[in-house]
Design a protein around this ligand. Structure first.
Ligand SMILES: [Zn+2]
Ligand SMILES: [Zn+2]
Length: 315
């Protein structure tokens, strides 16, 4: 049997990472026959594929986001479970990014590539902890702190800080937050902000998507203080620009130290970099004697944490 080179197992294509031997794409950005999906964020999990293989939570989040019929057929797979697709084996491992998020290990003829999707090594009470998966090629993002999906983690952190009063939710946060609760994550008392009297919202906390904070929607609050949770809040100018009064540096992505520590821990001799600051990470890998290349995949990094657009929500 001839040894397969890693680039023969997974190949970057306009639709996403393509595994010819297995007949599937990972996180395809265009409709494909068979998709293997890392997690439920909208830039990775799109509707319209023939068959979808993902964790049960990712499938459920896709259903909440797109409705029934988001794919021709679905198959759920658990962490640590391995399935054969064509001539390769596919195994899912926790990515620590959001509920149900997974790294996907693809093995063929003794060679293993791990597509990590989005991941973080920092602790998060709302999802399974990131697991280091030894591999020959590690595919990593390089976003270190995109301003994305962390509403549920923010609620959990507020509770960890012993704030026990009800927390109010913008309409666009309700479905997925309640899905987390059904999955066993406890958030304490949550209430819809919809229908609340202005005076009753004084001194309370409401969680809303970024798009809601700058529009007419905020007039329902008496004297609101705007906080913004994002890795970007490390950059003061960004916070000022958005008129943020309370910047919170929280990200659902590994930061620079997390990315580089993870790369070394996998033992991979070769690193492929997907989206974000590819150049910086490729340069760092090469300086460590690791083979590295950017994959030039497009369509990632613009993720929405809410399941519906927030504009047009009733006032
Ligand atoms: Zn994501
Ligand atoms: Zn992403």
């Amino acid at each position: 049997m001839t040894e397969m080179r890693p680039q023969d197992i997974l190949t970057p294509t306009p639709a996403g990472l393509w595994c010819k031997a297995g007949g599937f794409h990972i996180d395809p950005v265009r409709p494909v026959a068979r998709a293997v999906i890392t997690h439920g964020h909208s830039d990775h999990a799109r509707s319209g594929h023939g068959a979808v293989l993902a964790t049960q939570q990712t499938l459920d989040i896709m259903r909440l986001r797109y409705g029934e019929g988001f794919a021709g057929s679905t198959q759920a797979i658990g962490y640590g479970e391995e399935v054969r697709l064509g001539d390769v084996k596919v195994k899912f491992h926790p990515a620590g990014h959001v509920l149900g998020s997974a790294q996907i290990a693809v093995s063929s003829n003794g060679s293993r590539i791990v597509a990590s999707g989005d991941y973080k090594d920092a602790p998060d009470p709302t999802c399974a902890a990131f697991e280091v998966v030894p591999c020959d090629v590690f595919i990593t993002e390089a976003t270190f702190g995109l301003p994305v999906g962390k509403a549920q983690r923010v609620i959990a952190l507020i509770r960890e800080a012993r704030y026990e009063a009800p927390i109010y939710l913008h309409g666009a946060m309700e479905k997925i937050t309640h899905y987390y609760e059904k999955s066993g994550i406890t958030f304490g008392r949550l209430r819809p902000v919809r229908g609340m009297k202005k005076a009753d919202l004084a001194g309370t906390i409401t969680i809303a998507p970024p798009s809601a904070t700058s529009d007419i929607w905020t007039r329902r609050f008496p004297d609101p203080v705007t906080a913004f949770a994002s890795g970007w809040m490390r950059v003061r100018a960004r916070a000022r620009q958005r008129g943020v009064e309370l910047p919170l540096v929280i990200s659902d992505h590994a930061d620079w130290d997390g990315l580089t520590a993870t790369i070394l821990a996998t033992g991979a001799g070769e690193i492929w970099v997907t989206h974000g600051q590819e150049d910086a990470l490729v340069h760092w890998c090469r300086s460590r004697g690791l083979a590295a290349r950017p994959l030039d995949l497009v369509g990632y990094g613009d993720e929405e944490e809410s399941e519906a657009p927030s504009e047009g929500e009733e006032a």
